[in-house]
Write a protein that binds this ligand. Structure first.
Ligand code: XMP
Length: 315
């Protein structure tokens, strides 16, 4: 991207050329799709409808947070409730790539039905370069199928337009500042959401545990960012593991679950370093997770693996 103003002008002009009819734009609350939605609404006006799909795979208070972000960005976005559809699509699935395919497929089916209600033939997405590079677009082996790329079914009934597909994350940040999108200081959150932070089967129960554990990690890390005791990490979250581990509660043995905490530094998500955080922070997180999920989680681990050889998310 040469400069944000030039990119903005060209992207709006391109969208007008590429979308002669009506379009829907999928906004996830992340910086990429918010920027794509702002460009689309500017380019297409009433011919474009922005949607936010409530997948049921979201974090605590996520719907409220994204509503506030959209309002501040002067975006009109409709929230589509779809959690049952996503839970059904994921029932019994444990293989990470299969989860991504199922989530991608469920998203597309929601978009198709919403597009047909609106009379649109085009879906605008906020895909950026690392999404398709890591989905096998440029590398020989697929690392992960990001939901908005590899999950697209072959019988897709919509044209896809991706105004940001050549940008990297730092360029999207520059663009979104230029577009007046408030910087919410939010960390990236994967499209398949908590489905890839429940290692193993995705059930409503497992999602609830992962949601609470993620909220604890976010709150505690954000406190330390606010008081200046740590720098803002690239990402900080929890993953529910499919193992059972013995704990003790009062005089009783509890056969509970284990949660892994991941806090990483990165500049573009292509590589990442496990962050050396104070032990007091990790102890507080472990104490809160085992207390707030008492009887369910008996052990909390800290993931010290860099990317590579690991990836940022576990799945
Ligand atoms: P990994 O785990 O591959 O993640 O190191 C790199 C970055 O991408 C995010 N991520 C995703 N984002 N759809 C997305 O939009 C996905 O399917 C997806 N998977 C991972 C991840 O959180 C990290 O920031």
């Amino acid at each position: 991207m040469r400069d944000a103003a030039a990119f903005h002008r060209e992207a709006v002009a391109q969208l007008r050329v590429n979308v002669p009819g009506r379009a829907i734009v999928a906004a996830s609350g992340g910086i990429d799709s918010t920027a794509a939605a702002v460009l689309s609404q500017e380019a297409l006006g009433d011919r474009c409808r922005a949607l936010f799909v409530d997948t049921g795979l979201l974090r605590l208070h996520e719907v409220d947070r994204v509503r506030a972000l959209f309002e501040a960005s002067h975006l009109h976005v409709e929230v589509v409730p779809a959690s049952e559809r996503f839970l059904d699509a994921l029932a019994g699935v444990t293989e990470p790539e299969e989860k991504r395919r199922r989530v991608g497929e469920a998203f597309i089916r929601v978009f198709e039905s919403e597009a047909s209600r609106f009379g649109a033939d085009t879906l605008i997405q906020g895909t950026i370069a690392p999404d398709w590079i890591e989905s096998g677009g440029a590398l020989r082996d697929t690392i992960k199928t990001h939901h908005n790329v590899g999950g697209l079914p072959k019988d897709l009934k919509l044209r896809i337009v991706e105004p940001l597909r050549d940008l990297y994350k730092d360029e999207v940040r520059t663009l979104s500042a230029h577009l007046g999108i408030p910087s919410p200081d939010r960390q990236p959150f994967p499209g398949p959401g908590l489905a890839v932070r429940v290692n193993g089967p995705v059930t409503a129960e497992n999602l609830a545990v992962a949601r609470t554990a993620n909220a604890v990690v976010e709150e505690e890390v954000e406190k330390r960012i606010a008081d200046g005791s740590i720098a803002r990490p690239w990402q900080y979250f929890a993953v529910l593991l499919p193992v059972r581990t013995v704990g003790v509660q009062g005089d009783n043995r509890v056969h509970g679950r284990a949660v892994s905490v991941r806090i990483v530094e990165s500049s573009d998500a292509m590589t990442a370093t496990a962050m050396g955080v104070p032990m007091t922070l990790l102890r507080t997180i472990a104490e809160r997770i085992t207390r707030e999920l008492s009887g369910q989680v008996t052990r909390v681990l800290y993931d010290v693996t860099d990317k590579p050889p690991a990836t940022i998310e576990w799945e």
